[in-house]
Design a protein around this ligand. Structure first.
Ligand code: PLP
Length: 286
């Protein structure tokens, strides 16, 4: 069934939605995005995602007049029109188009291109992968150095995921200067002696909205958290590993570069955090 999507102020069937061939997002990867998860037909972590969107736009000097309440209305309308119970809403804002390809930014006042659409994923919160755990490989982190900005320049992340799949694994961890930065589309953690270890925030990683909430919930549940970089060898010798993202919540990792982590099955910390996170997200969804 065709979805109703949103393009620059208009709701329309997905088959009718178009964007200029000169759009900066299309030609230059000059666009930012957010993915907000939907549980029980409601948005989880909405304000966190909108705050990060505002920051991404501001870092790139993309001007977009839509307010938090405008965004909320569009998200809610799309969820309702498309009958989404579980899944997500994808949102993208590009710098728009000045009418031709040009390295210079378009003149001031050029409207951004705003596109939103829903992705229905029934059963998302009961993903059987979380019961089994997933396997990752490591690859060098060859991305640009402003990973804190959520841009649509995802080619290398996509290549990394394909490389993992080619080896029969599920995902890839990026490694830079000997340390894990993050996953292809998630933040990474290991657990050793009851302590949760995850890389500290900087321009090297995306400031995950799920990461912020999970760390807060972990501390509230009296778990110890240490924010510092870790190596692949440390992960392989850890008791547990997991990743977090808006659409996967907390995902246990049971193998890193062919070596089983801990008992080679999802560990108690990841399982508990997943439960707490999904529970709390449902409660605070809007
Ligand atoms: N790191 C990267 C590179 C990502 O692409 C994502 C999500 O898309 C994350 C981390 C996790 O961020 P969030 O928890 O806000 O979804």
């Amino acid at each position: 069934m065709s979805r109703t999507v949103y393009v620059n102020g208009t709701y329309m069937p997905e088959e009718e939605a178009t964007v200029s061939i000169f759009d900066r997002g299309f030609v230059m990867g000059d666009a930012v995005y957010e993915v907000t998860c939907v549980l029980d037909g409601k948005l989880t972590e909405f304000d966190g995602h909108m705050a990060r969107l505002a920051r991404s736009l501001s870092e790139l000097e993309i001007v977009c007049d839509l307010t938090r309440d405008d965004w909320l209305e569009i998200h809610r309308k799309l969820i309702e029109m498309n009958g989404v119970e579980e899944g997500g809403v994808y949102l993208q804002v590009s710098r728009g188009t000045a009418g031709d390809r040009d390295f210079h930014y378009p003149p001031e006042g050029t409207p951004p291109t705003v596109v939103l659409y829903t992705q229905s994923k029934p059963g998302l919160s009961a993903d059987p992968k979380a019961d089994k755990g997933i396997k990752v490989i490591s690859v060098p982190d060859l991305r640009w150095h402003r990973r804190d900005i959520k841009t649509v320049q995802l080619l290398y992340a996509s290549m990394a995921k394909m490389a993992a799949e080619k080896e029969g694994k599920d995902d890839a961890w990026f490694v830079e200067d000997g340390f894990v930065t993050e996953g292809s589309s998630n933040n990474c953690y290991i657990v050793k002696g009851g302590r949760i270890i995850t890389r500290q925030l900087s321009n090297d990683i995306l400031h995950g909205i799920t990461r912020a909430s999970v760390l807060k919930m972990a501390q509230e549940a009296q778990m110890e958290v240490e924010e510092r970089p870790f190596t692949i060898e440390e992960a392989q010798a850890a008791d547990e590993a997991f990743y977090t993202s808006a659409s996967a919540f907390v995902m246990p990792i049971v193998e890193v570069d062919g070596v089983a982590v801990g008992a080679g099955k999802p560990g108690p910390v990841a399982k508990r955090l997943r439960e707490i996170y999904i529970d709390e997200s449902r409660k605070s969804a809007i």
